[in-house]
Design a protein around this ligand. Sequence first.
Ligand code: UD1
Length: 405
Amino acid sequence: MGETVRKLETTVYESILSTRDGIMLRVINVVGARPNFMKMAPIIEAMQKYPEQFQHLLVHTGQHYDEAMSKSFFVDLGMPKPDLNLEVGSGSHAAQTARIMMEFEKVCLNHAPDLVIVVGDVNSTMACTITAKKLGIKVAHVEAGLRSRDMSMPEEVNRLCTDVLCDYLFTTDHFADENLIAEGVSTEKIFFVGNVMIDTLLKHQELARGLGLIEQWGLKPRGFATLTLHRPSNVDDPAILRGILDALNEIGKEIPIVFAIHPRTRKMVKQFQFGEYLSSTEKPQGLWVTDPLGYLEFLHLNMNAMMVITDSGGLQEETTVLGVPCITLRSNTERPITCEVGTNVIAGNSKESILRHAFRVLKGDLPRGKVPEKWDGRAAERIVQILANLDARPIVPHRIAGPML
Ligand code: UD1
């Protein structure tokens, strides 16, 4: 394998330098897990507006595979079906990452892209970045530079490995720019473009508003909370999870909490036999569990919620734009802009702290937020315009490669 790659690399340079002018950029867009889909959707949409400049493939690694965690998002977001699904599925971090790399290497060799675009910070993001770079293919990271400084988070490892390798780093805010610069990244590689996830939110807001789910479930606008919880640091330790569920039960006495449960959390609740914490009524009441919801349904709920309680990264950003208070059950965030200008508070995961922050909101002490700069629905357009004008020189010659599709 090493030899094949080296051979390809040698041939490339002559062929590219002489043929670069006028050829379209061959791009592989990568998605793997739920939070990737809403970030990639606007990039694909923006690329489709420039058919002379981009030829693009969508590769799904299959890291998330449940209907509710994956397929429904393609439908809700109007995304094209992936051209390739690597179907890697679940596994330990090493096993999942290795499987993605092995499968994605074949894709890169067969399709010889000039550029791979990765988004976010999941295992698929890092695995595809390493694979492409080792084949000499340029890589762009959308949502670069976020740092929690918490190396116990698998995502922080993914973020660091991805950013150090990438050629083009698209950032969402000034903190990300500063982090990259402090790590010695050349400013020529950094592009502050805004937030693609917010592109998707703004585009779907009206559609989500009209869904009528809260009426159907008998919920009052601003009279309930939504909850997501899936981080290993919150759900893998029974004592921590019990404390969180205790706090949520107290809050649930004041307002219903809609808990769109992640499959890994459902597994842990069952394993620790914590089922008694969850309300078993038909409609939301207390701490009420539903399967993971579709993008539009969940946006509809969050738009109408009094508060969102979460350990997700993306929700901290979405609530900031919606102006809904967000209580983050973590001790740090890689998205400090949501606390600096938005509606997010970092509450940790102890029962006392969760209750203190939630009761503040219940009493009407609401954080007032502003929307961060360039979170205006045009981030993907900026990215695509930058890429269209870059010298993203192909490394693998097209004539050796198979067709893109
Ligand atoms: C992954 C990301 C995390 C992101 C989250 C959003 C990494 C390291 N983590 O975490 O950053 O916030 O997605 O959901 O990439 N499972 C299913 N069905 C699925 C997917 C997963 O049942 O479709 C279960 C499996 O038991 C699996 C477990 O969830 O072992 C964890 O899935 P995995 O993709 O490893 O990580 P997430 O916890 O989902």
